[in-house]
Design a protein around this ligand. Structure first.
Ligand code: HEM
Length: 531
């Protein structure tokens, strides 16, 4: 049946219905009322019976709450999705499903089932199902994070890992990190006794390191391209990526963009587009192609050369370059600064832990400034960072995955195209996995071997399987370097009027609800280390 004939039938029924209601016949009154109520009920019953019939003999869907027709469970979701899902897992079990609008969602809340999805069926569950805001900002999922598991994704990920995040390149770019972290120490020293937004300090440092690695210049530099206010732009992007959008759940409404989310994201995309066009345009004018001081090409240069090899197996186009630059900038900055803020919050909340970290720092660096080459000796600080990741994973539901065929997990069917969350927040706080899970005890990470590579499925702050974060080596280095420098060079205290607050706010990156503001004082006796 064509859509045209369906709409004709639909219009005829509506016309007939209205005509009947307008007939002034009192005998029809009761019949009309009964029919008006019973027709929707019959449709609902028919829908449920059809579902039952289709599913007869098949493994059932995971259990879950009752969902309303059309809108599903949407009206009952609270804003802190990670907490809500964790509560629901206590009621429905380690795997449950819910329909949001017309889309089926499944939430995985246990180590065993996370293993089934991200290890045993890793290949099947390697697709994404990007929300419309993500499609808008990534040129239609041409980036890495939102792309499906295909040749393009493999090519982009390989490029990032081999050209930006390889040990050789990270070693070669050590100068960027040293310069930026020293700049942080100098800037903070210039604001002794003042209130400092810790997230901003860390964000700017990470942004400068990453732009340095990508196109050789940092913010505040004439040729940084990024300009002021990138942090605010990025916060807006993260907000839009995590905010529920009716258009995603009820696709027939997407055309109207009722909440204006796609419109807002399109504006941001135009802004970023201009920045990336400037960078690419600047290089395309022949002689201004950028080579780093030591003779190595920076990442933009490598990408442009690949672009020149038109139709080659690894050639890429302008939009793909921009999507990749977008991914790296946003994936690296907000996560790292959010974690620096959480770690500093927990440390200020636990003075005995701060003392232990500073003793370790004094033991390793004496009264001198922190050097990157000795960071691996900071085992206690490393344990504190890991414990903070356990309690406050910045992506508590990771990035949702989607199976490319129907499959069975934990005895339940997960249909092709379902949106699947791995609830790392629940796994990190499950008493089956951790003793006293709500207590902040870094010592638990001093025993045994813990890393961020998803080897132990009780601890997954960077994800697991083939979609695991490729930025672990850079993220880890920057976190330890910034934190060690802030804590070795300065004493920190909260402003008098500030209460401790460890509450979070769910988002694509889940941040502290209230930004951490702290006041520094000098800690090193030799003032020359601050300049
Ligand atoms: C503290 C720092 C960071 C944290 C906590 C973090 C966390 C994560 C998480 C949880 C994921 C999703 C993994 C999954 O779905 O299983 C992810 C994906 C990703 N991250 Fe990171 N990340 C950090 C730093 C970085 C850095 C520095 C980069 C790059 C320079 C980066 C690039 C990416 C990319 C490209 C993806 C998508 C991977 C894919 O879908 O194949 N991240 N990250």
């Amino acid at each position: 049946m064509t859509p045209n004939s369906i709409s004709k039938i639909y219009l005829t029924i509506i016309n007939w219905w209205f005509w009947w209601w307008q007939v002034d016949n009192h005998q029809d009154h009761l019949a009309r009322t009964v029919l008006t109520i019973s027709v929707p009920l019959l449709i609902l019953l028919w829908y449920q019976l059809t579902e039952l019939y289709i599913r007869k003999g098949r493994t059932p869907l995971p259990p879950g709450p009752y969902c309303l027709p059309v809108i599903g469970y949407l009206p009952f979701l609270s804003s802190n999705l990670h907490e809500r899902f964790t509560h629901m897992s206590h009621r429905f079990g380690p795997i449950f499903s819910l329909r949001l609008g017309s889309k089926l969602h499944v939430v995985i809340n246990s180590v065993d089932l996370a293993k089934a999805v991200a290890r045993d069926l890793d290949q099947t569950f390697a697709n994404r199902s990007p929300p419309l805001t993500a499609l808008t900002i990534t040129y239609g999922a041409l980036d890495i994070a939102w792309s499906n598991n295909n040749a393009h994704w493999r090519n982009m990920r390989k490029l990032l890992v081999s050209q930006v995040l390889s040990n050789a390149n990270l070693d070669a770019c050590a100068g960027f990190r040293t310069d930026e972290v020293r700049k942080v120490v100098k800037d903070v020293n210039g604001r002794i006794g003042e209130k400092i937004d810790i997230n901003k300090v860390a964000f700017d440092a990470e942004l400068n390191v990453v732009t340095g690695m990508l196109w050789g210049c940092s913010e505040g530099n004439d040729s940084s391209y990024i300009g002021d206010g990138f942090r605010e732009v990025e916060f807006k992007i993260i907000e839009l990526l995590g905010a529920p959008n009716i258009s995603d759940f009820i696709p027939m409404l997407s055309w109207f963009d009722l909440q204006g989310r796609q419109r807002e994201m399109r504006k941001i995309k135009e802004h970023l587009d201009r920045i990336f066009d400037n960078i690419i345009g600047g290089r395309s004018n022949g002689n201004s192609r950028k080579i780093n001081g030591d003779g190595r090409k920076d990442f933009v240069q490598i990408l442009l050369e690949l672009k020149d090899q038109k139709d080659g197996p690894t050639s890429i186009d302008n939009d793909q370059i921009k999507a990749l630059l977008f991914d790296i900038l946003t994936a690296a900055t907000d996560t790292t600064s959010t974690m620096v803020e959480w770690v500093m919050t927990e440390i200020l909340h636990h003075p005995e832990i701060k003392t232990k970290i500073q003793q370790e720092l004094t033991h390793v660096f004496g009264t001198k400034i922190v050097e990157e080459c000795h960071l691996s000796k900071l085992t206690y600080l490393d344990a504190v960072i890991k414990e903070t990741f356990r309690i406050h994973p910045p992506l508590p539901l990771l990035i949702p995955r989607s199976p490319d065929e129907s499959c069975t997990v934990g005895g339940y069917t997960i249909p092709k195209g379902t949106i699947v969350f791995i609830n790392v927040w629940a796994i990190h706080r499950d008493p089956k996995n951790w003793s006293d899970p709500l207590e902040f005890k870094p010592e638990r990470f001093l025993k045994g071997k813990w890393d961020y590579n998803g080897n132990n499925l009780k601890f997954l702050p960077f994800g697991v399987g083939r979609r695991i974060c490729p930025g672990i080596p850079l993220g880890e280095k920057m976190l330890v370097y910034i934190l060690a420098s802030l804590l070795h060079s300065f004493e920190w205290r909260l402003p008098e009027d500030e209460d401790f607050d460890v509450s979070d706010e769910f988002g694509f990156v889940t941040k502290k609800r209230k930004p951490l503001i702290a006041i520094p004082s000098q800690r090193l006796s030799d003032a020359s280390f601050y300049f």
